[in-house]
Design a protein around this ligand. Structure first.
Ligand code: GDP
Ligand code: MG
Length: 301
């Protein structure tokens, strides 16, 4: 019996320091390199993508709901609401040790305005006595009707696989929106392509036109190691240009690769294993469009 593929968008909300990043790292750590907490520029910022043979979970950030002290304008409020409404599922994290706080009420007021199912994730259970959990959960349950309540430890991993199982149960049938190795729609991918392109233009001077394109086929941090695999294809329009970029016995491509690698390493703060291919394709521009739509390249909303 063939199983149907499930996919969806999962928003993570919670006060600062409750463990949102830790949870994402725990869930995604094996699968992908994760985005940092850099300033939000677009809404529905993707924080990470978890893909298995049966499901794809796209974790999104909810700008405007993380900062209760910030005076929210109407715009931020409606953006945050849109994000929550578009999510297939919302994970509301709390800190079992800290307990209830004002910031939580702010978030619960938001949750009351959305229709999406909400899980209450009681994090940091490794820090409290099990007897203290029930009263805490009761307190939150009086404020909102959660679809599921899951006590867990993002740091130590307790119940995280149970959480993943529950998330899957709530996802609708859907397509694989992003390729398996796609970690995020992070601009790092785009910047890496630009760095390679810059080196090509520097090293080949006027021999290669600016129309040369670089597509990052793969960018993946090796789990447990400070090493990132980057594979990129350099697209040119004519065989002569390919010859120039490769150089005698591959010498030019090697120079381009070394220079670009150093800069990508500096950007990522990780060692990089860079592999470059050169491809002649006079129609690459059309394909470039395709790739953009598919989410390979940086997309501006
Ligand atoms: P965020 O602000 O919600 O993203 O919170 P972080 O993920 O940055 O975590 C804040 C702090 O809580 C960090 O020092 C984490 O190591 C710690 N933390 C997160 N989850 C757990 C947990 O399950 N148990 C314990 N003991 N500490 C945790
Ligand atoms: Mg964080």
């Amino acid at each position: 019996m063939s199983k149907t593929f499930k996919s969806g968008f999962v928003a993570i909300v919670g006060r600062p320091n409750v463990g949102k990043s830790t949870l994402l790292n725990r869930v995604l750590g094996q699968k992908i390199a994760i985005m940092s907490d850099k300033a939000q520029t677009t809404r529905n910022k993707i924080r990470g993508i978890y893909t298995t043979d049966e499901e794809q979970v796209i974790f999104i950030d909810t700008p405007g709901i993380h900062k209760p002290k910030h005076r929210l304008g109407e715009v931020m409020t409606s953006l945050a609401l849109d994000t929550l409404n578009e999510a297939d599922l919302i994970l509301f994290l709390i800190d079992a040790e800290q307990g209830y706080g004002r910031g939580d009420q702010f978030i619960i007021d938001f949750l009351k305005k959305t229709e999406s199912p909400v899980f209450l994730l009681v994090n940091k259970i490794d820090k409290v006595h099990p007897d203290d959990l029930l009263p805490l959960i009761d307190r939150y349950r009086q404020l909102y009707t959660f679809s599921e309540v899951i006590p867990l430890s993002a740091l130590q991993g307790q119940n995280v696989s149970a959480l993943l199982g529950q998330i899957k149960a709530y996802l609708p049938e859907g397509p694989k929106y992003y390729p398996e190795d796609q970690v995020t729609d992070h601009p790092e991918r785009f910047i890496a392509a630009e760095l390679i392109r810059e080196k090509i233009l520097q090293m080949t001077r006027d021999e290669v036109p600016h129309s040369v394109a670089v597509i990052i086929d793969k960018m993946k941090r090796k789990s447990g190691r400070n090493l990132t695999d980057v594979q990129a294809t350099i697209m040119v329009e004519r065989p002569s240009q390919k010859g120039i970029i490769i150089g005698r016995a591959g010498s030019m491509l090697k120079k381009i690769g070394t220079l670009a690698r150093k800069e990508i390493e500096a950007m990522l703060g990780s060692r990089v294993f860079l592999e470059l291919w050169v491809k002649v394709d006079k129609n690459w521009r059309d394909k470039d469009e395709e790739l953009k739509n598919f989410g390979y390249m940086d997309r501006d909303e």
